[in-house]
Write a protein that binds this ligand. Sequence first.
Ligand code: AMP
Length: 120
Amino acid sequence: MTSDANCIFCKIVRGEIPAKKVHEDEHILAFHDVRPQAPVHLLVIPKVHVPTLYDANLNHQEALGRMLALAGELARKEGAADGFRVIINTGRVGHQEVYHLHMHVLGGPEPLGPMLARRK
Ligand code: AMP
């Protein structure tokens, strides 16, 4: 499995730095964001080192599928039972900070801010 020696999320996958894990299987890992921006703020990552969504391809479909397929279950389990957002920041324009593909799962219990809300 591809792993990057210096990547912070690869270090979490390898157990070299701690994380508050909420799910782990053969392909993916989910854990709490260390600087939560909502009452529920999880990160869901492929275990394999894929820097950005630009670098994803059909070899990663098992991991990418599981990331989406489990988002609702994990959000609900962690306290977002009435809706949540999924965000994958990609590259410079997408304000990506950590270059290991990750999906943010952001949820309530109360409605989140107006980001991407329909403007009147
Ligand atoms: P992004 O801007 O999409 O690249 O977001 C990266 C996210 O990773 C930020 O929300 C950080 O708070 C989070 N983060 C960085 N280091 C860690 C860590 N060691 N454990 C958990 N979350 C982290």
